[in-house]
Write a protein that binds this ligand. Sequence first.
Ligand SMILES: NC(=O)C[C@H](N)C(=O)O
Length: 321
Amino acid sequence: MKTILVLHTGGTISMSEDQTTGKVSPTSENPLKKRGHLFDNVANMIVEDFFHLPSPHMTPDKMLILKNRIEQAIAAHEADGVVITHGTDTLEETAYFLDLTLETSIPIVVTGAMRSINEVGSDGLYNFQSAIWVALAEEAKEKGVLVVMNDEIHTARYVTKTHTSNVATFRTPTFGPIGLISKNKVLFFQKLIEEEIYSINTVNKKVYLLKVYAGMDGTLFDAVNQPTTDGLVIEALGAGNLPPATLPALKRVLANNIPVVLVSRSFNGIAQDVYDYMGGGKQLKEDGVIFATGLSGPKARIKLQVVLSQATLTRSLEDYF
Ligand SMILES: NC(=O)C[C@H](N)C(=O)O
């Protein structure tokens, strides 16, 4: 029988709702630990209450601690797969951080819940069970970090939370899920074309994220243009365009050798340097802005932070995106 390492980090999957007030609060011990017997004939389980965090409290430093624990388990051949339960608000960022920093072929699966453990129609135990099945599946090997929610299997790289309350909240824009679970049967129908792994031991780079809007000027660009800033990601308009009033401040950021990575604020599609007008993507790229393909703003920020945290860069920063 295979062994699965389960690392609980908190989130609604570990919370309970006060049936009178409707308030959802963390529990002292993750309720899923009491349901371990459901997997007695399925897998050996090593279960750790690793963090007790609502996921808005998750930080890159904590993601690194989680990564190091998993790395230790991999090196010690402690488990055949890993399941991490996590709050959904920042689940996609932790999953992608692990995807970029863990070198392993074993399944690493992240899951969560949109309803607390004692709510009618709670999805936590169901998602947890699905995550265990995926972590046990041979086909889940060599697939990078996976996010399993609501019967779907997504890559950590592209999945995102799209709804504040719906159990079907996790979607992959443009491409869709790479697999599904149906009555505990795990099916894959896609996989990532290439993997990216970066070895890091620290993650203290200051990388900011700005969302662009109609009529935006350079105020926020000037605000992040500091000697302590290591990078900037901008969620630009459409295919990758900016309002002209942002350009002088953007040029001041670039002149201070602060790398600027651009993604689109649009949900689907990719950023492309197409338009040749003031503020158009073609001119931004010529000015040195790096276009990231297919990533969301938060994902591009995680990636820039990880890439800059390596001991050395083996190629130009642009070649990493
Ligand atoms: N569904 C959830 O887990 C949301 C919760 N606020 C969290 O991210 O911890």
